[in-house]
Design a protein around this ligand. Structure first.
Ligand code: MTE
Ligand code: MO
Length: 234
């Protein structure tokens, strides 16, 4: 898909050089923690790359040019629609709900994959239980405070325990560039389901296709099953 790759201040050339040198300490020089992981996992170019496993690093994706930062103190996730008790959850409210951890790969439909990412957050079924889902609800719609990106799940998918409102990634609060303070993490599906900058969760009567789904990608984006578009790059 045609997401813009954002390199967030570190020139790709520099990262490639660091990757070629194979420096685990590269991230120290780069500074930012997430950049650390990006640097360490960037596959070296050239012949060396051919003999090493294809270790994908995260790309930062955003369909919008810039996204307003939300502070951890004032950020809210509003749960609304077909629920008994609509509520805007602060991070402190989320922290009082049961916490779920998952160690899973993160896989973009375009082919890059980051192995074994450590996620912490509130399993979506626990959040849904806290607001009480109305009997008419069939689906969940997610909105980003970037103002553009949306996603959806059937209610059955949303009740899986490997779907999180993630607040931590690899031992730290989810960074702004990775969609913090709160992002969705849908472990069994391709990365485009894992909406960043999560601001709204609405229970609806039917699935409303999300941003990429309106551009032709599968609503059911299971990794390893029929997926993406027929002409999707691999
Ligand atoms: N709001 C928003 N969420 C998004 C996207 C986006 O462009 N905007 N891109 C999706 C895609 S295609 C992928 S692969 C992942 C990438 O997550 P990352 O930027 O943390 O690597 O975010 C997903 N969630
Ligand atoms: Mo993606």
């Amino acid at each position: 898909m045609n997401e813009e790759e954002r390199t967030e201040g570190t020139p790709v050339g520099r990262r490639v050089v660091l990757g070629m040198l194979g420096l685990g300490v590269a991230g120290v020089a780069v500074g930012a923690s997430v950049q650390d992981r990006v640097s360490r996992t960037l596959a070296p170019v050239g012949p060396i790359g051919d003999v090493l496993p294809a270790a994908g690093g995260f790309r930062y994706y955003s369909v919008t040019d810039s996204v307003k930062r939300h502070s951890a103190a004032t950020h809210r996730v509003a749960v609304s629609g077909l629920v008994g008790r609509p509520q805007a959850f602060r991070l402190a409210d989320l922290a009082r709900l049961p916490q779920t951890t998952l160690d899973r790969d993160f896989q973009c439909v375009t082919g890059w994959r980051v192995p074994d990412v450590h996620w912490v957050g509130v399993a979506l079924p626990d959040l849904l239980a806290a607001v009480g889902v109305s009997p008419q609800a069939r689906a969940v719609r997610f909105t980003s405070f970037d103002g553009v990106y949306t996603e959806s799940l059937t209610l059955e998918q949303a009740r899986r325990r490997d779907v999180l409102v993630a607040t931590q990634m690899d031992g730290k609060p989810v960074s702004h560039d990775h969609g913090g303070p709160t992002r969705l993490y849908v472990a069994p599906m391709y990365g485009y389901k894992s909406l960043k900058w999560l601001g709204g969760i609405e229970l609806t009567g039917k699935v409303e296709p999300g941003y990429w789904e309106n551009l032709g990608y599968d609503v059911d984006a299971w990794v390893g099953r029929s997926n993406g578009r027929d002409d999707a790059p691999t």
